[in-house]
Design a protein around this ligand. Structure first.
Ligand code: NAP
Length: 238
């Protein structure tokens, strides 16, 4: 296998498990991290086929450095997974400009920068797969997570519109919009909140990072899916 995968935000949660799963399958993985250096170094030490690179993907220069590193090392990027993300919880009326800006930059601008900087190589190769990790909240909106929901809806719109533009170059772009997944991102949820989510989910459970990693792997290997928002969510949205 000589397929090269670049995944952002791979030091923890969904990104980390995806990097591990793909590396085991033989993909060459560049795992990006920003603040979690120790976790990233552990990932590097414990896995063949994984290389790590520090970059704050909310900044275009650092996205460019990350992509140039992958190109220098492997000469191409077959798969780009825009997974890095943050969430902020609170009333819309309390949201500050700084918080709004940080959400937009980290969740949405990062995808814009990463895709724009990678596309030139994919177009040259007439081949590529781009996966944006959005959220069910981009599809239906979340109370007290308005900024977050806006970033994820933006990602989905990017997926749909760009699919029409780059499909003819044999580049497939899709979104995966997870339901609630067991990672640090939901560590603030109370036991009561968790029970409530499970009760509202037809499969009566919170998902695991592996559930999303499996969907990512399927989408990489698929050859006819483009411009879609695929939502592994236990039935939360049907
Ligand atoms: P997580 O465990 O908190 O991991 C978030 C990852 O994003 C970390 O590896 C973090 O890296 C990285 N990251 C954050 N800001 C970054 C930046 N500026 N530059 C580079 N990396 C950055 O969260 P997760 O649940 O796995 O989330 C992964 C994606 O799934 C996110 O886009 C999230 O919105 C989405 N999602 C999650 C859920 C859920 O319920 N968990 C549901 C729907 C969608 P460092 O720690 O190294 O900075």
């Amino acid at each position: 296998m000589d397929k090269v995968v670049l995944i952002t935000g791979a030091s923890k949660g969904i990104g980390k498990v995806t990097a591990q799963m793909l590396a085991k399958e033989g993909y060459k993985v560049i795992a990006n991290y920003n603040k979690s250096k120790n976790e990233a170094e552990k990932l590097l030490k414990e896995n063949n086929n994984i290389d790590i690179f520090k970059a704050d993907v909310s900044k275009r220069d650092e996205c460019r450095e990350l992509i140039e590193y992958a190109i220098k090392k492997y000469g191409k990027i077959d798969v780009l997974i825009n997974n890095a993300g943050i969430s902020k919880w609170g009333l819309f009326t309390d949201l500050t400009d700084e918080e709004w800006e940080e959400l937009m930059r980290t969740n949405l601008y990062s995808a814009y920068y990463m895709i724009q900087e990678t596309l030139k190589y994919m177009i040259q190769n007439k081949s590529g797969c781009i996966i944006n990790i959005s959220s069910i909240w981009g599809m239906v909106g979340a109370s007290c997570e308005v900024g977050y929901s806006v970033t994820k809806a933006g990602m989905d719109a990017l997926t749909k519109s760009l699919a029409k533009e780059v499909g003819p170059s044999n580049i497939r772009i899709n979104s995966i919009a997870p339901g609630t997944i067991e990672t640090d991102m939901i560590s603030d949820l109370s036991e009561e909140d968790r029970k409530e989510i499970e009760m509202q989910t037809p499969l009566r459970k919170i998902g695991k990072p592996e559930d999303i990693a499996k969907t990512i792997k399927w989408l990489i290997e698929d050859e006819f899916t483009i411009g879609q928002i695929i939502s592994p969510n236990g039935g939360w949205i049907i």
